[in-house]
Each structure stands twice: as structure tokens, then as C-alpha cells.
Write a protein that binds this ligand. Structure first.
Ligand code: AQP
Length: 337
């Protein structure tokens, strides 16, 4: 990988039996694109997954499952560095330094934490969930990432990353790269099929509102056909007035490479039923080879683990150097070996 390429970093949690369309269109598609232009590091962030209770066997299985899906979606271990977060202990180590640099009030303003903790109640919310954005800061800064491909829901966390990088640099001298968020406007927020006012989300959506990439085609088709639209009949992109139809058009356009204008013209005079039936087919056609490739990786855990071992080794080389510099800057006495 040429050294003059800018770095990219992003992480994705192994917290479900499948990624959903929001994860794919909002984030993973961008991971695949950036591996061509960037020195890209992508992590299955299992430490983040632990911010909510996990069954150990399920977490282990989901970590392989997440990796298999990333590869199936087009990540190429020859073009990017793919690894599991807990295999690189520097993440937790730099996370501690970042915790000590973050204000309590600052962390309390993270809207994702506020939403999730309000849903769960304070007693069931872990301190880990509270500090998770700070660990995410460490994830990004360890690799001197210039660009961080994420969905819109992560924008505030990348802002926090920028603030902490600047604060550290101002206090201790230039150490970290201040990253830019990389959000694709059209797909940065894919909406729940049943409630197009909110994002598609594994923890908040009802099963009918979320399209899982590994679902059987019949299951996804049924969900798409029962997507909430509006009382008009015109197929027009208008996120304000027609959020449901606009969301379907976004998914359709992105998966096929057609423009929204082209789709509007093609469906002129046709009803929502036709749009939904065709979109169900588009999703099924995309998902069939994806599921097949993911299955092949899952059937070969040795290859999968080998890819992760190589990825962790590459990631550690970079992470260890950054952590050592940060430790030195803040005045931690180096251990003598
Ligand atoms: N609906 C979405 N539209 C666009 N992008 C999305 N992402 C998530 N939902 C959407 C992006 O997917 C990446 C991985 O996210 P994560 O592993 O942190 O999972 P998440 O954000 O926790 O995903 P969920 O489904 O939304 O989970 P919950 O319900 O737990 O919050 C991120 O880049 C994210 O922006």
C-alpha cells in the first residue's frame, strides 16, 4: 500500500446476527470504496459490543459473522487492514488516556448515549456505554486517520474525536491527526421501513422496520412490501413530505446505480406496489451473492482467523507506535526491559 495515501479508519460492532441495510449503505459501502484510495483500517469493534450485556459464545460467533459479512461486502484483506479491536490492546490503553482528557459534561452531551440510556434506564446502563464514544476516539486517533466513513448518527462522535485530538495536541504537542468525518449525504441515514422518521437501527427498530442482509429473500420482500409510505400515489423524491417513498428510492438508486430522477421517470403513473415489488427484487438480487460469500467464509474459520491475525499484526505496528508517542508526551515513565 503506497505510504502517500491518506489513512481511513472505521469500526463496526458485532452485536447482531446480521448487518442491516443501514449499516451497508451508510457505512460498509464507503469502506469498500475507500480501500481503493486510502490506507484503510477497519475494525470489528468487540470491546464496544460489550457496552451492552453479551452472551460470550454469541459474541464470539458474531465477531466471525461480522468479519465474514465485511469480506462478503467487498473488503479485500490485500487492500485494507481488517482486524478485531480486542486483538490490539492499544485501543483500551489509549482509551484510558482519552477518558482522562474528556470532561464529564462533554461526555454527557452525547445524544446517542442519552437516547440509549433513556431507553434502558440508568440502572441497566453501563459506564462502558457512557465512555464508548471516548474509546471510539482512541480507535480513530491510533491510526492517524484523515477520514472516518460512518453514518450520520456518528457525526457527533467524530466531532468529539476532533476536539480531543486538538486538545491533546495543544496540551502536549502535535501528536494526533485531526480527522474529518466522511458521510455520504444520500445514504448517511437510511430510515426504518415502519417509521421513516427515525433511522433503521438494530436496537430501536421493530423487526418489520429493519432489512437484515442475511435474511431469507422472502422475509426482506415482505418487509419492503409493507413499508410505510403516504396517502398520495405519486412516486417522487421528497424527504420532507414523503419520507417513506424517498427512503425506498434512495435504497433502490444506490443498489442499482440508477439515479433517483431516472427512477421517478420510470415509475411515473405506477403505484407504490410496483415500486415495492421491484425494490424487493433488487434487494434479493444484491443479497443472494452476498449471503453466499458470507457463508463460504463462515464455513472456513481457519481462513477467516488467518485474515484477522494478519490484520491485527499490521494494526498493532501502527497502534503501538502511536500509543508510545502519546505515553511519552503525557509523561508516563517508560518501562525498562
Ligand atoms: N440507519 C442507518 N443509516 C446509515 N448508517 C447507519 N449506521 C447504522 N445505522 C445506520 C452506520 O453503521 C455503522 C456501524 O454501526 P455500529 O456498529 O456502531 O452499529 P450502530 O450504529 O449501533 O447500528 P445500529 O443498528 O444503529 O445499532 P444501534 O441500534 O445499537 O445504534 C456506523 O457507521 C453507523 O453510523
Amino acid at each position: 500500500m503506497p505510504a502517500d495515501r491518506p489513512r481511513a479508519f472505521s469500526g463496526i460492532q458485532p452485536t447482531a446476527g446480521s448487518f442491516h441495510l443501514g449499516n451497508y449503505l451508510g457505512a460498509i459501502r464507503q469502506y469498500v470504496a475507500l480501500q481503493e484510495t486510502h490506507d484503510a483500517f477497519y475494525s470489528v469493534v468487540d470491546l464496544h459490543a460489550m457496552t451492552i450485556p453479551q452472551d460470550p459464545a454469541v459474541l464470539r460467533a458474531n465477531t466471525r459473522l461480522a468479519t465474514a459479512q465485511l469480506l462478503a461486502a467487498g473488503l479485500d484483506p490485500e487492500r485494507c487492514t481488517l482486524f478485531v479491536q480486542s486483538h490490539v490492546p492499544e485501543h483500551a490503553q489509549l482509551g484510558w488516556l482519552m477518558n482522562c482528557l474528556t470532561g464529564f459534561g462533554e461526555a454527557s452531551r452525547m445524544t446517542q448515549f442519552k437516547d440509549k440510556s433513556a431507553r434502558q434506564g440508568a440502572e441497566r446502563t453501563s459506564v462502558g456505554l457512557f465512555t464508548y464514544p471516548v474509546l471510539q476516539v482512541a480507535d480513530i486517533l491510533l491510526y492517524h486517520a484523515r477520514h472516518v466513513p460512518v453514518g450520520e448518527d456518528q457525526r457527533q462522535h467524530i466531532e468529539l474525536t476532533r476536539d480531543l485530538a486538538e486538545r491533546f495536541n495543544a496540551r502536549y504537542g502535535d501528536t494526533f491527526t485531526v480527522p474529518d468525518v466522511h458521510i455520504v449525504k444520500e445514504t448517511g441515514k437510511i430510515y426504518d421501513l415502519q417509521d421513516p422518521a427515525v433511522k433503521m437501527s438494530k436496537s430501536a427498530s421493530t423487526p418489520k422496520g429493519i432489512v437484515n442482509l442475511l435474511d431469507e429473500p422472502g422475509v426482506s420482500a415482505k418487509k419492503i412490501r409493507s413499508a410505510v409510505t403516504d396517502t398520495e400515489t405519486v412516486i417522487r423524491f421528497d424527504p420532507e413530505r414523503k419520507p417513506g417513498v424517498s427512503n425506498l428510492l434512495t435504497v433502490y438508486a444506490t443498489l442499482t446505480g440508477r439515479t433517483v430522477a431516472d427512477l421517478e421517470a420510470a415509475y411515473e403513473g405506477k403505484g407504490y406496489g410496483a415500486l415495492k415489488t421491484d425494490l424487493a427484487q433488487v434487494v434479493a438480487d444484491w443479497a443472494a451473492p452476498f449471503r453466499e460469500r458470507a457463508r463460504e467464509y463462515l464455513d472456513d474459520p481457519e481462513t477467516l482467523d488467518g485474515i484477522l491475525a494478519k490484520g491485527a499484526e499490521k494494526a498493532r505496528t501502527v497502534a503501538a507506535e502511536t500509543l508510545a508517542a502519546a505515553y511519552d508526551r503525557v509523561g508516563l515513565l517508560p518501562a525498562k526491559h
